[in-house]
Ligand binder design. Structure first.
Ligand code: KG4
Ligand code: ZN
Length: 371
């Protein structure tokens, strides 16, 4: 089964053709960093215009590269949310138009579900990620620990009370004058650190064990206090004659920030495994695997810490390659395949893009309203 996937929810424009047996056949990912850098963050209107210009060419290119025709594919999947509305509309409309013209099923994909299922797309190169597994979803918009029981079946075990962890990376980069996108810049700077212990940063929520989301005891995240502490300390840094901070100071602060993030992640994961999971009703058997997903999942320090965490707890660990952690269309095509092979029906052309669309509101493909 072959699906075309389209992604345009934020500042990555992407198209991919994915085969459920052979994996990714071809993909294009265009990161719009240059277009947004001057503004220090994503400008929704600019992002949407780029999606509109770039996506049709990417689609043409991947069909050409694979020598496939539209008749050779089994469905067209596009991100329908969550994300920036102007962007979501572009991929959704292109997917619906192509599906209508070629008489192919259109599938509306939840971007978070696509991140969650990526571990199963790469199953051909790593060991198989069978359900259920624990997901650490760390992106620019989300920071969550999720029990993934199946396609469309998710239990939220922890979420951020304020900023997403990617946002915290981006803001820290901005404070340090490292530019946009922040995550890779902070990582590169932290690598240059001479003394990662020089700055002491708080670890909000670490050790807290009494919060709840609905009925579920939970170890939530919080990053606003960490960001504020970075800002306070950086404001006291000396500057050169151009008003720039010195690289040594920035590098040591970047390393201290990464350290704090890693400590928070590991503490909250321990909490999820030891307490949150045990409060579920009906109870579930102990989990055997941790999967990381989302752009921050590309962070090398975090990946190394997660691997140690898994080794210590006897868990298998799946970390998609960096380009599949960040936003891409292969994961969208794959989520389409996962849904379609459970229930081979199309979503309605009435399906509206949803800027807010929490994982917990998803339904299994069998329960979903279909035409
Ligand atoms: O999943 P993603 O590509 O887009 C969203 O759906 O949000 O995640 C983007 C986020 C940004 O905040 C970016 O700074 C962060 O992931 N990121 C990283 C790294 N690469 C990307 N954060 C830390 N370390 C990295 N190497
Ligand atoms: Zn994402």
């Amino acid at each position: 089964m072959i699906f075309l996937g389209l992604e345009s929810s934020c500042d990555e424009t992407a198209a991919a053709l994915v085969d459920d047996q052979k994996g990714i056949l071809a993909q294009r990912i265009f990161s719009q960093f240059d277009a947004h850098r001057a503004f220090g963050g994503v400008v929704p209107e600019i992002a949407a215009r780029h999606h509109l210009e770039i996506l049709p060419n990417q689609i043409q290119e991947i069909f050409k590269e694979t020598k496939l025709e539209i008749d050779d594919i089994d469905g067209i999947a596009a991100t329908a949310g969550p994300g920036l509305l102007g962007g979501l509309i572009i991929a959704s409309l292109i997917a619906k138009s192509m599906a209508l013209a070629a008489n192919k099923p259109y599938i509306a994909i939840n971007h978070l579900e696509a991140h969650a299922l990526t571990a199963r797309l790469i199953a051909t190169i790593q060991d198989k990620a069978d359900f259920p597994f624990c997901l650490l979803l760390v992106s620019g918009g989300h920071c969550q620990i999720v029990l993934v029981k199946g396609v469309g079946e998710y239990n939220l075990l922890a979420t951020s009370l304020d900023d997403a962890v990617g946002e915290a990376f981006d803001k820290t980069a901005k404070i340090l004058g490292l530019g946009y996108p922040g995550g890779p810049a902070v990582q590169a700077m932290a690598k240059q650190a001479r003394n990662g212990n020089r700055f002491k940063l708080p670890r909000p929520m670490v050790g807290k064990k009494n919060l709840s989301i609905g009925e579920i005891a939970s170890g939530n995240f919080s990053f606003s206090g960490l960001k504020a502490a970075v800002r306070r300390q950086v404001e006291a840094f000396p500057t050169d004659e151009n008003g720039h901070y010195f690289p040594n100071d920035c590098a040591d602060m970047a390393a201290a920030f990464e350290d704090a993030v890693v400590d928070i992640m590991i503490d909250r994961l321990n909490f999820a495994m030891d307490i949150s999971l045990k409060t579920l009703n009906p109870p579930i058997a102990p989990l055997k695997r941790l999967v990381v997903a989302g752009g921050v999942g590309a962070n090398l320090r975090l990946r190394a810490a997660l691997l140690d965490f898994c080794n210590l707890r006897g868990l298998a660990f799946t970390a998609p390659p960096a380009e599949l952690c960040a936003d891409n269309a292969a994961m969208i095509a794959w989520a389409g395949i996962e849904r379609f092979r459970i229930s081979p029906k199309a979503d309605s052309y009435d399906f509206k893009a949803r800027p807010r669309w929490p994982l917990a509101e998803l339904t299994t493909p069998n329960q979903a309203e279909m035409i």
